[in-house]
Design a protein around this ligand. Structure first.
Ligand SMILES: [Zn+2]
Length: 441
């Protein structure tokens, strides 16, 4: 471990005890601010019979009810502080940027950030980009139009803050992006895992070999793919680069990152976030080595703050020291899956993301797939549609292997449709690979 690997050596190597003291002090300050300045949070705390002065320990925090996405969706239909609703904790003239969630699980949440919040976003991203080896001599290519989504804007400015040179690759076709990437000899890429795979596919069509490009690191945000080992392996092989996952949410902020020493785990940025990892049944914190649900409170966010927001993500908590020297706790193997995504198929609890690990581990299959659940008579039918790579023929062995793997992972008997490469839809930002047609029957 060398000193130069640190962005902020003071905050990132505090003892666990000092880190907890810092979190408690920041939490109290934040709770007072929310109580005094946001009508929504004041009412929430009053209803729970909790006053900010009563919070003396980290354990006291669990007396405060959690905040859900559904509550915020409801709240933002309120005309107060249009278009954000009474969760806003600054006057509307302090709002400097608008973003929104992708709305994959219902109505998008509108997100207000002040100028100070924007600095905070950039600082959070810069912390982990530095931990992943981004340095001033990097030229970073971001192959997107970022639009109303916050992640890549924050990533863009964080790269600038570190001193990297940033190329905004929006407004180009995938082919042109690849040529630009090659021409400029970019050393790093920020993108969604889905688009990273798509670029590799297009490069192959163009007769280009991404592994021969100069890109040596890639940060994937927006989707959980880079923490699924089979997907990460594919990306690393195509790109000949180290691939890091990034954990963040428009509502929570950029809270988790893989480091150079343990790139498959996620460090929680505990200097800026209180992330509770709770047993979903008891609501109590899990011990190191146990799995729990993530509840997040950004400790410094001002315009539209969040109080114990449920991310609906599950993760395996570890407070063992990391070789990189950071004392921030880790989630072993990254985020393990969203509780949101779980649905019942034929009475069995099914996670659509589990299929991704199966598909990406089979060499004969391309990168895109779809899972469709529909009702045939009284029974649920589940079908995997996947693409065969070029010059690969369907064989009974391949079909049997896939069906067995799917059965092992999900406990379900799948139907299989193997289609030619390029048949299924392609995505740039958020892939929609799961279709539940039962609700529209
Ligand atoms: Zn580390």
């Amino acid at each position: 471990m060398t000193e130069s690997l640190y962005w902020n050596p003071v905050l990132e190597s505090l003892s666990r005890a000092d880190l907890k003291k810092l979190q408690l002090a920041k939490f109290k300050r934040q709770l007072h601010r929310m109580y005094e300045q946001s009508a929504f949070y004041r009412e929430k705390l009053d209803q729970a019979g909790v006053h900010p002065d009563q919070i003396q320990t980290l354990a006291d925090i669990r007396r405060i009810p959690v905040t859900t996405k559904e509550e915020l969706q409801q709240l933002q239909s309120n005309s107060e502080n249009f278009p954000y609703g009474p969760c806003l904790a600054v006057p509307t003239d302090r709002v400097a940027t608008y973003h929104q969630t992708s709305g994959t699980t219902g109505k998008p949440i509108r997100q207000a950030d002040s100028r100070e919040d924007w600095e905070w976003w950039i600082e959070c991203w810069a912390t982990f980009l530095w931990a992943q080896g981004f340095r001033p001599n990097d030229r970073v290519f971001i192959p997107f139009s970022y639009g109303v989504f916050v992640a890549f804007w924050a990533g863009h400015y964080a790269c600038e803050k570190i001193g990297c040179e940033v190329v905004a690759g929006g407004g180009l076709s995938t082919q042109d992006r690849l040529l630009k990437l090659q021409e400029l000899e970019a050393t790093a890429v920020l993108c969604t895992p889905t688009y990273g795979l798509h670029m590799a596919e297009v490069a192959e069509d163009m007769g280009l070999k991404l592994a021969d490009f100069n890109v040596n690191k890639m940060v994937c945000a927006g989707e959980p793919g880079a923490s699924i080992p089979a997907t990460k392996n594919r990306l690393e092989n195509y790109w000949g680069a180290k691939v890091f996952d990034h954990a963040g949410a428009t509502e929570g902020g950029a809270w988790g990152f893989g480091c150079l020493k343990e790139p498959s785990d996620l460090h929680i940025n505990e200097a800026f976030f209180l992330v509770e990892i709770l047993d979903p049944d008891t609501g109590e914190p899990v011990d190191s080595g146990e799995e729990g649900e993530l509840i997040i409170t950004p400790l410094d966010r001002q315009a539209q703050p969040y109080l114990r927001f449920t991310l609906k993500d599950m993760a395996l908590f570890s407070d063992e020291p990391c070789e990189c020297g950071r004392t921030f706790a880790r989630l072993k193997g990254g985020v393990l899956g969203r509780r949101d995504d779980l649905t019942k198929v034929r009475g069995v609890l099914f996670s659509p993301t589990s299929v991704e690990a199966v598909v990406r581990a089979v060499d004969q299959l391309g990168d895109e797939f779809q899972v469709v659940v529909e009702k045939k008579g009284v029974l649920d039918e589940i079908t995997l549609k996947a693409e065969l790579k070029e010059n690969i023929q369907i064989t009974p062995e391949l079909e049997t292997h896939l069906l067995q793997e799917l059965r092992l992972t999900s406990g379900l008997r799948f139907n299989l449709e193997l289609v030619p490469l390029g048949t299924l839809p392609r995505f740039e930002v958020k892939a929609k690979r799961f279709q539940d047609l039962r609700t529209h029957a």
